[in-house]
Design a protein around this ligand. Structure first.
Ligand code: GLA
Length: 394
């Protein structure tokens, strides 16, 4: 699949620019196994990079490319018009969030934080097979791929944590989405055959091996598009931060369930439930790591279902279609090969993630596809993936 992506990207580059690229980089999308809406609360997350990527092919601009001085011309195979982005000067976010703002935002970040970075004018083609708006971090994959390209072109040696932070800043300022650090971090630093436990307070990580061929990660795209730059995500974030302030802690990471219950009267019902999700989810995430390490997949599965229920009832970021997919997985059950299932990512659509027995993959896919179609009329997109490598130059 990756070879095809690269091949198609190469053909597109040839078609648009009539020559071979000089630089090729890639960055993956991600799926979060557990630890949802915990990253901006200084908590833990447990994501992995997936076998779906953004690739960028680029070459120095030639006169016939007609690229304005100090700029780059970028073509996305998914969009109609090429974009001209600035490589120097004072770069400000545009009035609307267009796809090239992600590219421009990352370049602006590299110029601001690493002033010695001076990229020559270039042309590039972006090609991807990370589904858009499906909660698999297509935007973080694009940002991290652009960051990798800038580092490749300029030779800048940027620490991967700093790289992830530059990309996050681009998302905040240019895409106007106040995301946490999880997506950019795992796209930059994912490792093949490993799920990453990330402590979002100090950015320390632990790579947990996931190599057994008996188990697979099943991703099901509900095909309900999630739109996170709406008000819901910032509202959830604000509710968490306001509650932490009221309860006198720096972040919800510092709150135990007992302390939360003791402080219940100081919070509104909504604030209390938001906090109950976050405090419970941080605990579930560390429990899940232990479960995976101990090979206790039944426990892991239970934690995934609990996470989903908490996101559905307390954090209120699920939707009918995601709930139907999780229930369809639960109906298949361990006998049918499913240990656990939950919505993944920001919510309000997008994908579920399930831990399944590899040997039963085909029957699981068939059953859930049919149940979902019967309940919603929608053809879900189902695929398995193994933990994949993070961003790199090829
Ligand atoms: C989005 C954000 C992440 C994280 C998740 C929820 O994917 O980009 O930072 O907050 O939602 O866990």
């Amino acid at each position: 699949m990756f070879e095809k992506l690269l091949h198609d990207a190469g053909s597109a580059f040839q078609k648009y620019f009539g020559r071979e690229p000089k630089w090729t980089v890639t960055a993956p999308g991600r799926v979060n196994i557990i630890g949802e809406h915990t990253d901006y609360n200084d908590g833990f997350v447990f994501p992995m990079a997936i076998e779906r990527n953004v690739v960028i092919l680029a070459a120095p601009a030639l006169p016939e490319d007609k690229v304005p001085a100090g700029c780059a011309k970028i073509i996305s195979t998914a969009k109609r018009n090429p974009a001209i982005v600035k490589l120097s000067g004072n770069i400000k976010p545009g009035p609307r969030v267009d796809w090239f703002e992600y590219v421009q935002g990352v370049i602006a970040g590299y110029l601001a934080e690493t002033p010695s970075v001076q990229a020559e004018s270039f042309v590039a083609v972006i090609h991807a097979n990370v589904p858009l708006g499906a909660a698999l971090s297509s935007s973080a994959a694009l940002e991290v791929a652009v960051a990798t390209l800038i580092e490749t072109i300029t030779g800048a040696d940027v620490d991967p944590v700093r790289k992830a932070l530059i990309c996050q800043k681009a998302e905040h300022e240019f895409a106007k989405m106040p995301c946490g650090i999880m997506d950019q971090f795992i796209s930059a630093m994912g490792a093949k055959d490993h799920i990453m436990l990330l402590d979002c307070r100090d950015y320390s990580t632990k790579l947990v091996p996931f190599t057994t061929p008996d188990l697979s990660i099943l991703i099901i795209n509900s095909r309900v598009k999630h739109q996170l730059s709406g008000s819901e995500y910032p509202e959830r974030r604000a509710a968490c931060h306001d509650s932490a302030k009221i309860l006198g802690v720096a972040s919800l990471r510092d709150l135990s369930m007992d302390q939360l219950v003791a402080g219940k009267d100081q919070l509104t019902d909504v604030q209390f439930r938001r906090c109950r999700h976050v405090v419970g989810e941080i605990q579930r995430t560390t429990d899940a790591v232990k479960a995976i390490e101990a090979g206790d997949y039944e426990l892991m599965g239970r934690l995934m279902y609990e996470s989903h229920e908490s996101l559905r009832d307390d954090f209120e970021v699920s939707c009918r279609e995601l709930d139907i997919l999780v229930e369809a997985a639960r109906k298949v059950g361990i006998e049918g090969g499913v240990y656990g299932s939950r919505m993944t990512g920001g919510g309000f659509g997008g994908c579920t993630v399930s831990l399944i027995q590899t040997a039963k993959t085909d029957s699981i896919i068939e059953t859930i596809r049919a149940d979902y179609k019967a309940a919603t009329g929608i053809d879900a997109d189902l695929f398995v993936t193994r933990p994949a490598a993070g961003a790199r130059q090829l």
